[in-house]
Write a protein that binds this ligand. Structure first.
Ligand code: SF4
Length: 50
């Protein structure tokens, strides 16, 4: 909830389009996620745990 969706680094970084915006919140679609952890590396507040 820290980043506005249009500016969230994780959304831009994910190679699988697994990070989605649902109701204004950023969520990870586990069916698309391959656990590469690229989003973890770019999250400015360490909010993503794989
Ligand atoms: S760990 Fe999953 S959600 Fe994160 S960048 Fe990789 S595929 Fe996308």
């Amino acid at each position: 909830m820290n980043c506005t969706p249009s500016e969230a680094p994780c959304l831009k970084e994910c190679p699988n389009d697994a990070i989605e915006v649902l109701g204004g919140a950023i969520t990870i679609n586990e069916e698309k996620c391959d656990k590469c952890k690229q989003c973890v590396d770019v999250c400015p507040i360490g909010a993503i745990h794989i």
